[in-house]
Design a protein around this ligand. Structure first.
Ligand SMILES: Cc1cc2nc3c(=O)[nH]c(=O)nc-3n(C[C@H](O)[C@H](O)[C@H](O)COP(=O)(O)O)c2cc1C
Length: 448
């Protein structure tokens, strides 16, 4: 199973999808519904005002659903993602349902692109996964990029100076004036997770996704540009990324939940499209839990790697949704020496320079359950001994409380681990038989 469509069917069977049959507009109304369900079930909009296709959103909006989609246990996530990047598997090539309809002169108005927030400059494509190949024909890159619709066949694309940016530079140096790109929407969660991962330069994140999908991902050649796209995508926009033109992009509500600034960014000209018959348009609410989880997960892998150099057993790393998947981190680990927690805190900050606040907890605390984390702070933390304050240090440009121009602020680490060898810090258990435990589990899951 490598398609979004099969995945939607599966999560519906598991009670993880809400269908809304009433007519809703892509302008504000569908985003408002996505906000209402944020962090919970995925939502399928069956009647989209002005369009005869469906819209789905919030597909990757819960950690537990993402883990299930990747078929990993929480404790195995980071090694699985590391392995997928290390042992990326070349995708097979072939035909696929995305070629059912080929459009020669598409207009962006034909697609139900959402306008999300009140001061947005226009409709934004937010779940687009962009594929590009370098001028040597070998280096490939796949990453998410938001696209602002600025005309019937023109979009402004936000490109942070990373790998797509580097391919653009290489293409410019090779004398090209544009770069062919595919923009795929409506993808299995494993492809979305892979597209958010920082694979080494040149590696196609589609091949990383292929590892996560057991070697079953097929790609297809685009019709109008020299680029590849998943054969099972719902919709593929084919574009020419102009290397000689920029336009105003933004303001956009970023992961922080506040408006980012307007910038000069490149233009993508739409030259073709392919889609399934009756395709499902995939939406992603900017700053919603889906945005934060997909942004945070790759960083969690890095933090996990750094912390493992300091202590042998790391139970979990959570770049919390409340901390916008970027500024707040909780790490749970097995403490052996009294000095471990502060070393862990320093490793966490070194792994993710944008981080603002970090909390370390013992391995009996679930780092993904913020009530348990708060309990650990309440009972195991003392401000005079267990606090690490690092003033005047590089922080995230997304933190409005920092000096955003210089990216200067303050980092705070909280050691909420219990002192070794001292009693009175553990929660007493209630001894019951396996049979009673199973009975209670059954009632608890039935009442969910
Ligand atoms: C939902 C989502 C939206 C994103 N939007 C953008 C964007 O607009 N521009 C950008 O440069 N990176 C964006 N990113 C980040 C890149 O996808 C991410 O940094 C990716 O790892 C970069 O790939 P690279 O290492 O191949 O350069 C977004 C990530 C996610 C998960």
């Amino acid at each position: 199973m490598t398609d979004l469509r099969d995945y939607i069917e599966r999560i519906e069977g598991e009670g993880e999808l809400v269908r809304i049959g009433e007519r809703l507009s892509p302008r504000f109304e569908i985003p408002a519904a996505l906000q209402r369900f944020d962090g919970g079930k995925a939502v399928l909009f069956e009647d989209v005002d002005g369009y005869d296709v469906k819209v789905v959103g919030g597909v990757n909006g819960s950690r537990s659903r993402l883990l299930k989609a990747l078929e990993v246990e929480p404790g195995g996530l980071y090694t699985r993602l590391q392995e997928a990047v290390r042992d990326a598997i070349r995708c097979g090539m072939g035909d696929g349902p995305v070629r059912e309809v080929v459009v020669d002169e598409p207009r962006l108005n034909d697609f139900p692109v959402l306008t999300h927030f009140e001061e947005d400059p226009g409709p934004y494509i937010t779940s687009g996964v962009v594929y590009a190949r370098g001028p040597d024909g070998r280096a490939e890159n796949v990453s998410f990029h938001r696209l602002l619709v600025i005309g019937q066949d023109r979009m402004a694309i936000r490109v942070v100076p990373r790998q797509l940016y580097r391919i653009m530079q290489m293409s410019r140096e090779a004398g090209l004036s544009s770069l062919d790109v595919s923009i795929s929407l409506g993808l299995h969660p494993a492809i979305c997770v892979a597209a958010a991962l920082p694979a080494p330069f040149g590696t196609s994140e589609f091949d990383v996704a292929n590892n996560l999908l057991g070697g079953e991902l097929r790609l297809t050649e685009c019709e109008h540009v020299d680029a590849l796209a998943p054969a099972g995508a719902e919709l593929v926009l084919e574009g020419k990324l102009r290397l000689d033109e920029t336009v105003a992009e933004g303001p956009f509500v970023d992961q922080s939940g506040t408006y980012d600034i307007e910038r000069q960014q490149p233009v993508v000209e739409l030259v073709g499209a392919m889609h399934r018959e009756g395709y499902i348009y995939q939406a992603l609410l900017p700053s919603g839990s889906e945005h934060r989880l997909l942004m945070g997960m790759p960083r969690e892998v890095r933090i996990w790697e750094y912390v493992r150099n300091v202590v042998p057993t790391v139970k979990g790393v959570n770049l919390t949704v409340g901390g916008m998947g970027w500024l707040h981190c909780v790490v749970s680990f097995e403490k052996f020496r009294e000095g471990d927690p502060k070393n862990v805190l320093m490793a966490v900050f070194a792994a993710h320079p944008s981080l603002k606040h970090a909390v370390v907890v013992d391995s009996d605390i679930d780092p993904y359950d913020m009530e348990q984390v708060e309990w650990a702070i309440a009972t195991r933390f003392r401000g005079d001994e267990d606090l690490l304050v690092v003033p005047h240090v590089r922080v995230s440009s997304l933190d409005p409380s920092s000096d955003q121009e210089k990216e200067l602020g303050c980092k705070v680490g909280v050691d909420a681990t219990k002192p070794l060898g001292k009693r009175g810090f553990d929660k007493p258990g209630i001894p019951v038989s396996e049979e009673v435990r199973r009975l209670l589990d059954r009632y608890a899951s039935a009442s969910r």
